[in-house]
Design a protein around this ligand. Structure first.
Ligand code: ZN
Length: 114
């Protein structure tokens, strides 16, 4: 079976809206699609990607919190979390970290996002 043509896709999307990511790759069934949150690259099935997590540590006073950024290798058990960022490589991880660090410097008193 070849790739679905446009009208087939429209019809399937109408019937199964939740199939969106699958229908975008009709020849790879049940493929989940991830996009790099920095450069927009699409993740291939065998690409080794990374995840970034926003974390939080206590500050010097009881109501003080300090934002933390963490990285891990790509893991499907965490990749669906809405707060997790998907990264295609070290370069994009560095870009994200740079942005995060600039953001911290701009507002050194900021607390963790709730
Ligand atoms: Zn990227």
């Amino acid at each position: 079976m070849g790739a679905l043509d446009y009208t087939d896709r429209q019809m399937l999307q109408g019937l199964f809206p939740s199939w969106g990511p699958v229908i975008r790759c009709p020849h790879m069934s049940y493929t989940e699609s991830y996009e790099c949150d920095v450069c927009g690259n699409k993740k291939g099935e065998r690409d080794l990607w990374w995840l970034s997590f926003a974390d939080c540590i206590p500050g010097s006073s009881p109501d003080d919190t300090i934002p933390v950024i963490k990285f891990s290798r790509f893991d499907v058990s965490h990749s669906h979390d809405k707060t997790v960022k998907h990264l295609c490589g070290a370069q994009c991880a560095a870009t994200l970290m740079n942005r995060w660090m600039s953001d911290q410097h701009e507002d050194p008193d900021q607390h963790c996002a709730r």
